[in-house]
Each structure stands twice: as C-alpha cells, then as structure tokens.
Design a protein around this ligand. Structure first.
Ligand SMILES: *[C@@H]1O[C@H](CO)[C@@H](O)[C@H](O)[C@H]1NC(C)=O
Ligand SMILES: *[C@@H]1O[C@H](CO)[C@@H](O)[C@H](O)[C@H]1NC(C)=O
Ligand SMILES: *[C@@H]1O[C@H](CO)[C@@H](O)[C@H](O)[C@H]1NC(C)=O
Ligand SMILES: *[C@@H]1O[C@H](CO)[C@@H](O)[C@H](O)[C@H]1NC(C)=O
Ligand SMILES: *[C@@H]1O[C@H](CO)[C@@H](O)[C@H](O)[C@H]1NC(C)=O
Ligand SMILES: *[C@@H]1O[C@H](CO)[C@@H](O)[C@H](O)[C@H]1NC(C)=O
Ligand SMILES: *[C@@H]1O[C@H](CO)[C@@H](O)[C@H](O)[C@H]1NC(C)=O
Length: 381
C-alpha cells in the first residue's frame, strides 16, 4: 500500500509543470513582439492581450489590444488603424520607448510619452501602460482611445472616439464622439480633409466634466455640479459576469455591448456581442442636421431594427457596391435643360422626408474636395 502510494506520488511528481503560455504581467525593457512569432502580452487574468492582430488573411497586422478569451478577439484599441503593417514588423520596448517598426525597419508609430519607461504592463482592465520610475504611468492606451471605451476608462475633454470605416479594416471613418465645452457630441467629418461638420447629437448639458463607464456597467456623463446625464438606460448587467465595451460604430451610433463570460450560461445571450443602444436612438432621423448624412450623398436611410440601411432612389446605384454608406450615383446620363422636358421624370417617394431640401454649399475653406455638390440624404419614417 505504502509502495503504491509512493509510486503514485512519484508519478505526480514526474508530471511536467503546467505550461504557462502567458507572458508575465510586467514587460521588461528589451522585450519585443513580432508578427512572425504570433505572440502577445496578456493581462494576468488572460482577458486582454496586446500584440499584432492579423487583418483577415491579407498579410497585414494591427498593433492592437483585444479581448483574448473570446473567439472573435474583438479589438478595443489600435495604434496603426490607418496604416496596418506587414509580416516581419515588430514592436519593441527599448531605450525607455515603445516603438513599432514595420517590416523594413521603419519607425511607424511610438507611444508619445514625455518620460522614460522602465517597464510596461497589460492590465486586467484592458489598459496597456508604460511605467516610469516610481511606477507612475507615463503613457496609457486608456488616454488614447480609438473607437471603444471599456469599464473604468474615462472619456475626458481632450479625447475623441473615431468610428472605423465600414470596410472594417480599422482605418478611421467619418464619425466622432467628443466632450466639447461641456457637451458630449457626435459629429461627422468630411473625408479626407477631416473638417468637422455640425453635431448630429448632443447631450446639451454645457457642464459635462467627463464620461464615466463604471464598474457596474453604467455609462454616464458626470456633470460639474455633481449630477449625472445617463447614457446607459435601464438596468445593466455586471462586469463580473459580462465583458463590456462601448463603441462608436461605423454607422455613427454609439452602442454599449455585452458578452457573457461563462459560455455555459450563454443560452439567453449567445456567443456574440449583444448591442444596447446608447445614442442616437434613430440615426436616420438624426441625420438631417448632419450635413453629409449617415448614408452619403444621393441616398436615403431607413432604420432596420436599430441599424440604418442605406438605399438608393430609383435609377440610382451605390457608388461602392461593397459599402452602402458611401452614397449613390445616377445610373443614367444626366439630362440638361433646353430640350422639351420630356426626358425628365418626377417620382414620388412615400413616407420619405428630404429635410432642408437644398444642395450642400461648399465653401473654398472647407476643402471638401471629394464631396461634390450633391443631394443631401433623406430619411424614411
Ligand atoms: C497563430 O495563432 C492563431 C490563433 O491561435 C493560429 O490559428 C495560427 O495557426 C497561429 N499561426 C502561427 C504561424 O503560429
Ligand atoms: C508630461 O509629464 C508631466 C509630468 O509627469 C505631465 O503632467 C504631463 O501631462 C505629461 N505630458 C504628456 C503629453 O504626457
Ligand atoms: C481599407 O479600406 C480602404 C477603403 O476600401 C482601402 O482604400 C484601403 O486600402 C484599405 N486598407 C487596407 C490596409 O486594406
Ligand atoms: C446640474 O445641471 C443640470 C443641467 O446642466 C441640471 O439639470 C441639474 O438639475 C443640475 N443638478 C444640480 C444638483 O444642480
Ligand atoms: C455606476 O453608476 C450607476 C448609475 O449612475 C450607479 O447606480 C452605480 O452605483 C454606479 N456603480 C459604481 C460602482 O459606482
Ligand atoms: C440615471 O441612472 C441611475 C441609475 O439607473 C438612476 O438612479 C437615475 O435616476 C438616472 N438619472 C436620470 C436623470 O434618469
Ligand atoms: C459556468 O456556468 C456553469 C453553469 O452555470 C457552472 O457550472 C460553471 O461553474 C461556471 N464556470 C465558471 C468558470 O464560473
């Protein structure tokens, strides 16, 4: 019996140690990640990872932070959304700096800190930080959001969320969210000039201090007088049981998403992100004040569930078949005046509004080189 026990003990002792595939939470000077290694720096809980995220089979990579425990590895931050790098690129923590070099060794991005880092860490909150002497954060991804905020991540007046372009290749799209003069505002920019248009949604608070996404999963604008402007409506689920994020989506809607952590309990929610609308409730109706429109020129917008569908009027077709948000163009040779008028056809569109019914005026100082004179977007109610 004793022999059997000692034999068992022996077998147990002979077992190999568990494989720790995770990098320890403190990332030391001299550490590197490369696209070839397929490695990442993972937070202690394993919920978030920092590293190279491949972009759908095109040999292109983003330096990003993502939810590492869910199959789709949803990206919450990226350094180079507008300029993905190729295989052979690497990111290096050296000489007190975090630098991304592309496959030709060119320095394409670096964390803009004004100090010298002594180490880095991927935190369980999803915040990637560079630590200086005395362990102060000299740079943090939370201070440079892209299209998403996470619980515990504040959105302060100097920060802007930018939607991704609809092709989901992570280059920045036309929509922005920022806190400006106490108002939380959603607005569009002209591309490629990036000149801002008027806000298409505003909290109209005038004394907002910062957006808070708290531990309980509530998102609100904290006002300077201590009141709260709620963005999350109704009851929220806990951040213990659900992954959560709030993203300015490619369609200009700011949505909060939840994802059940324990997939054994996922019956109700499924293995995906469930959206909860924040603002605006109907992007199509919000559209009119937004010169430029959610659907682009010559198009109209129809709400389908909580998502906008971008459609073309009769005899118009989408400019880009793969991206309905780019607007429409005539599918006929433009007619001109001076004929007897028989070539012109008027069509009635039921339940369709054409707000402000005018053409966009392009001023030279707006440099909207791409967006030529065209119709505004109309919306279907
Ligand atoms: C990289 O990791 C992914 C996901 O774990 C895996 O599918 C892929 O085969 C890996 N590639 C290499 C080159 O190791
Ligand atoms: C630079 O460092 C100072 C002192 O730590 C800090 O107050 C300031 O915000 C930093 N500036 C930037 C751009 O990081
Ligand atoms: C991203 O999409 C835009 C628009 O389709 C395209 O011009 C650009 O080349 C794409 N970038 C990458 C890296 O695929
Ligand atoms: C704070 O200001 C908002 C308007 O900006 C107002 O609705 C609210 O009642 C104020 N709260 C207090 C406590 O004064
Ligand atoms: C989060 O905000 C909600 C709504 O304002 C509040 O009810 C809740 O107590 C807050 N949770 C924490 C942890 O502060
Ligand atoms: C904001 O949400 C909190 C928590 O749900 C609630 O107690 C509070 O009454 C809400 N405030 C407003 C103005 O609706
Ligand atoms: C996940 O949920 C199942 C069923 O409720 C439970 O048995 C299991 O212990 C849970 N797992 C974790 C890691 O909480």
């Amino acid at each position: 019996m004793a022999a059997a026990l000692s034999h068992l003990l022996w077998v147990l002792l002979m077992l190999p140690p568990p494989a720790f595939t995770q990098t320890p939470s403190t990332i030391k000077m001299g550490s590197t990640l490369s696209t070839n290694q397929n490695s990442s720096w993972v937070s202690p809980s394993g919920e978030f990872a920092f590293g190279f995220h491949p972009l759908g089979g095109r040999n292109l990579f983003l330096l990003a932070i993502w939810f590492d425990k869910i199959p789709e590895k949803t990206i919450v931050w990226s350094a180079n959304g507008d300029g993905p790098v190729q295989e052979g690129s690497k990111v290096e923590l050296s000489n007190g700096q975090l630098v991304l070099n592309d496959h030709q060794g060119r320095d394409v991005w670096r964390a803009a800190s004004n100090g010298t880092a002594t180490s880095a860490a991927m935190l369980d909150t999803g915040n990637f930080v560079l630590l200086g002497s005395g362990s102060v954060y000299i740079w943090e991804s939370f201070a440079h959001p892209t299209d998403t905020i996470l619980p515990n991540q504040p959105l302060r007046p100097s920060m802007t969320l930018s939607s991704c372009a609809p092709e989901t290749n992570y280059s920045s799209g036309r929509f922005r969210l920022r806190l400006q003069e106490g108002n939380l505002e959603l607005y569009t920019v002209a591309l490629p000039s990036k000149n801002p248009y008027e806000a298409y949604w505003s909290s109209n608070t005038a004394d907002g201090a910062q957006v808070v996404f708290n531990q309980t999963g509530y998102i609100y604008l904290a006002l300077k007088n201590g009141s709260r402007f709620n963005l999350t409506k109704g009851n929220m689920v806990s951040t213990r049981e659900f992954y959560q994020r709030a993203t300015l989506d490619y369609d200009g809607v700011f949505r909060q998403y939840i994802y059940q952590k324990n997939q054994s309990n996922s019956g109700l929610w499924g293995e995906s992100w469930s959206p909860m609308l924040l603002e605006p409730p109907d992007i199509c109706l919000t559209d009119p004040v937004n010169l430029g429109g959610v659907c682009g020129f010559n198009s109209y917008c129809k709400l389908d569930g909580d998502k906008p569908r971008c459609l073309c009027p009769t005899r118009y077709i989408h400019l880009d078949m793969n991206n309905a948000f780019k607007g429409c163009k005539p599918d006929f040779i433009p007619e001109s005046c001076g004929t007897d008028g028989s070539e012109f056809v008027m069509e009635e569109m039921i339940n369709t509004d054409w707000p402000l019914s005018d053409f966009e005026t392009i001023h030279p100082w707006m440099k909207t080189s791409v967006e030529k004179l065209a119709w505004e977007t109309v919306s279907v109610q």
